[in-house]
Design a protein around this ligand. Structure first.
Ligand code: IMP
Length: 424
């Protein structure tokens, strides 16, 4: 079985819980895009861990985890994550395989990301982890890759870093007026030492994964962020710099065969950073969703913008990501609401849209969401383990979402731990 878990909104749908729950069925769990901008929180008993770079299937002892070629890797972050997990008692180092083709987030990428965000009049609201500038270098063929750390001598690597970073240092100094310089020889040495210290296996992961698929092994691809943050299909330019949808698995891991795509849908909508958000509730409803759902960024701690479920966007994202089953998360967060709204279509100058005509912010800022109102269930559901036991109002809400999106809901999460899951 080759599966992918994909966020269908603007990230933070609760993918990590899903991956942690499903990882026991898989031999490999693979990150294929993004970097330490992700914040995947897993709760096991009273232990909570936030994954940024490592796949969150790692807490499952049988899975080998892979950081494939499409990921951009911050070596410092990776080391910290491995050390923290090992300190918590999870054998990690020996179970991580990294692609020789993954690109490295250098210090100058992070500096550019931070300076751009602080100086630009039109902010994206990035996580400032250097993700965009690192992918820019990848596309411009000026990146430093894991294979460079392995195959080049320190002096060869220093030469390469010097050559590819010239433009960046110029930009930082002259456009952003920031006093920055570094010694390429020292940096090359540091990078090589940091990587060696990690002690993880380097592989041609696209060959490894395809061969393992042929042998009948089970592989789970862990998407970070979500379809609406995808560089091609999201609300550009308010997106991340990678293919966060299913499309990223091909380019980011070299695997083009998928048996199923599990789309993660949060029972309401959130977004961090700037950009259009048609169902946003910038009022006490949004505040209540934020407080009940603990909607604060796992990477940056920023309060997330909150609003009602947006079916037109979900129709779009589930089609684009080829989702064939839905895992509905955080349903319990809605338990205290008197009434719950769902956006069923958009209206623009008298025209009705079931799927947004364009993902362009100009369109999404202009449309008017049309809502259907549901009666709330006003009772705790965190202890419920079967669909039958759910209050009738909750069942009605779930069935409506399923029929409007047109994809079966196979799992419902009613709390952060593995056990708080209803399988349909
Ligand atoms: P970047 O990925 O740091 O460049 O940020 C670009 C946009 O994606 C910003 O709006 C971020 O808030 C958003 N973003 C990046 N990673 C995540 C995530 O894991 N969850 C939610 N939003 C994210």
């Amino acid at each position: 079985m080759v599966s992918a878990v994909i966020g269908t909104q603007w990230g933070d749908e609760g993918k990590a819980k899903v991956i942690d729950l499903l990882a026991c069925k898989y031999d490999y769990v693979v990150r294929y895009q993004g970097g330490a901008n992700a914040g995947h929180t897993v709760v096991i008993g009273n232990k909570k861990f936030i994954f940024h770079l490592l796949p969150s299937g790692l807490m499952n002892p049988n899975a080998t985890v892979v950081i494939a070629n499409g990921v951009v890797v911050d070596l410092q972050q990776l080391e910290e994550e491995i050390e923290s997990l090992e300190a918590l008692g999870f054998p990690t180092r020996s179970r991580v395989i990294i692609s020789d083709k993954a690109h490295i987030v250098m210090e100058y990428h992070k500096i550019i990301d931070q300076l751009r965000e602080s100086l630009s009049p039109k902010k994206i609201g990035t996580t400032a982890r250097g993700i965009g500038p690192c992918y820019e270098d990848k596309i411009a063929r000026k990146g430093i890759k894991i294979c460079d750390l392995v195959n080049l001598s320190a002096s060869q690597l220093a030469e390469k870093i010097k050559l590819v970073s010239q433009e960046k240092v110029f930009l930082i100094k002259n456009l952003y007026n920031y006093d920055y310089d570094f010694d390429p020889v020292k940096l090359a040495q540091e990078c090589k030492e940091k990587f060696e210290k990690l002690g993880i296996r380097v592989e041609n992961t696209e060959i490894l994964l395809n061969e393992e698929i042929k042998r009948g092994k089970n592989i789970l691809f862990e998407g970070a962020q979500g379809v609406l943050l995808d560089i091609d299909f999201g609300t550009y330019p308010y997106v991340t710099s990678s293919n966060a949808s299913t499309n990223g698995v091909g380019s980011g891991a070299g695997v083009t065969r998928l048996d199923n795509v599990i789309g993660i849908v949060k029972a309401y909508t959130t977004r961090v950073g700037e950009g259009p958000f048609p169902t946003e509730q910038d009022n006490e409803i949004g505040e209540k969703l934020r407080a009940r759902g603990d909607e604060f960024g796992a990477t940056t701690g920023r309060p997330r913008r909150c609003g009602w479920l947006d079916i037109p966007l979900l129709r779009y994202s589930t089609i684009v990501a080829n989702v064939n089953e839905i895992f509905l998360t955080k349903l319990d967060v809605l338990s205290e609401f008197e009434e719950i709204k769902v956006c069923v279509e958009y209206e623009l100058n008298g025209e009705k849209m079931r799927i947004p005509r364009s993902m362009d912010p100009v369109t999404l800022y202009s449309i008017k969401p049309v809502y259907k109102t549901f009666k709330g269930w006003k009772t705790k559901i965190s202890g419920v383990r079967t669909f039958r036991e759910l209050p009738s109002e909750a069942k009605e809400y779930i069935k409506f979402i399923e029929s409007e999106i047109g994809v079966p809901i196979k799992y419902i999460s009613v709390g952060p731990s593995r056990e708080q899951t209803i399988v349909l």
